[in-house]
Ligand binder design. Structure first.
Ligand SMILES: NC(=O)c1ccc[n+]([C@@H]2O[C@H](COP(=O)([O-])OP(=O)(O)OC[C@H]3O[C@@H](n4cnc5c(N)ncnc54)[C@H](O)[C@@H]3O)[C@@H](O)[C@H]2O)c1
Length: 364
């Protein structure tokens, strides 16, 4: 089992470990029993992950003497809202949860974001642990303490910064992950290559087929590299005041597309389209060479991700949704652009005509 320590600012919660490996769930139960003692634990999961892993996971924790309950909610982004939070809070109260109760988020980014949000507000906060079961959650959402639910106006508009006490990343969960969901995770991995690690980007260009087989040690190394990149950025800018914005490469566009599609475009698909748009915009503005923008698009296509914006979405609707971005300042939407692969930067104002031109070029 590999271990990465996230060292946070002294004023915030204590630092925590990300443990990564394959078939580490039994050891996880022992570590929780030893390092994160509590009278009562509640596993929060969705109905898909619950039916696959719920019973076994609960049994593993009970075997080491822990008092555990499980709460499930319907899988999918549509559940990432305040009404799910209210339902879970009610369930927690029925189960006798109090300030000493430990929450365990077992699932993808939706479960992680919802559980983190509840943990940050339930009885003015209770501790929680992330056990990510999708590739998106393993390389991204389980680390860094951003919690949120969506509002009808846009994604993640209600949320907190609240760090977990630990993260356990078990690659064996990926065996049951559908290909489309695995590809969504590849979008986030490609993002790390683009913003911070050209060598990893090249590795993916050369070995995408092997990575897609899920079995390889290569995938373990890549997941570890992504966790290290994210933790380094979070350590410098926990509250998203500057450097952490670069993790949002492609996300401003991605969130807009997810929202206007009513989430039929998934997070990973939105991010993939957003990264292509950001690369094309960087090229149009004279920052990025054409061949670098092409390499990004080619790799995303190789990963099985979309590269065309569905015709039904108008440029005006996409631009309206872009304006709802949390990272805007006043009327100015900030975009992460590229000088080259491995060298992102943030711009505060982008010509509307250029944005429209990129959208039109990318239409099916
Ligand atoms: N907090 C952050 O920093 C951060 C970062 C990135 C993404 N996110 C959020 O994460 C969410 C996307 O996460 P996601 O892609 O994991 O989506 P998800 O949580 O909806 O999971 C996708 C689907 O896979 C299923 N699933 C999960 N694990 C499985 C497994 N092992 N086997 C089979 N099926 C499994 C789920 O039930 C769900 O149907 C978005 O809401 C996004 O905003 C948050």
């Amino acid at each position: 089992m590999r271990s990465i320590k996230v060292n946070l600012d002294k004023k915030s919660r204590s630092s925590y470990e990300i443990r990564i490996g394959k078939n580490i769930i039994d050891r996880m139960a022992l570590i929780i029993a030893k390092n994160h003692k509590a009278e009562h634990y509640v596993v929060i999961t969705d109905d898909c992950v619950g039916s696959l892993y719920g019973k076994k996971f609960l049994a593993g924790l009970e075997d080491v003497g822990l008092n555990v309950n499980l709460i499930e909610f319907p899988a999918g982004e549509a559940s990432k809202n305040i009404s799910t939070v209210m339902d879970i809070a009610g369930e927690l109260l029925k189960l006798g949860a109090d300030r000493e109760t430990f929450l365990l988020a077992l699932g993808g980014g939706v479960v992680g974001d919802v559980t983190g949000f509840i943990a940050s507000v339930f009885m003015r906060s209770v501790p929680y642990i992330q056990i990510p079961t999708t590739l998106v959650a393993q390389v991204d959402s389980s680390i860094g303490g951003k919690t949120a639910v969506d509002l009808q106006y846009g994604k993640n508009l209600l949320g907190t910064f609240y760090q977990p006490c630990a993260v356990f990343t078990d690659l064996s969960f990926l065996e049951t992950l559908p290909e489309k969901e695995f590809n969504n995770g590849l979008a986030e991995i490609i993002k790390y290559g683009i913003i911070d690690d050209e060598k990893m980007f090249q590795t993916m260009e050369n070995h995408m087929e092997t990575i897609k087989l899920k079995e390889s040690k290569l995938l373990l190394n890549i997941v570890e590299s992504c966790c290290r990149i994210k933790k380094s950025i979070v350590e410098i800018d926990e509250k998203d005041q500057g450097l952490r914005h670069i993790l949002n490469f492609g996300h401003t566009w991605g969130h807009a597309l997810e929202t206007i599609s009513g989430y039929s475009i998934t997070h990973g698909e939105g991010v993939a389209l957003g990264m292509i748009a950001a690369a094309r915009l960087s090229e149009k503005m004279g920052y990025l060479e054409n061949n670098q923008a092409r390499r990004i698009e080619t790799l995303l296509r190789k990963a099985g991700l979309p590269w065309k914006i569905p015709e039904v979405f108008s440029a005006d609707d996409i631009i309206d949704a872009l304006r709802m971005d949390k990272k805007k300042k006043g009327d100015i939407v900030r975009f992460v652009l590229l000088k080259k692969i491995g060298m992102p930067f943030i711009v505060g104002s982008v010509n509307l005509e250029m944005i429209t031109a990129v959208i039109e070029e990318m239409k099916e």
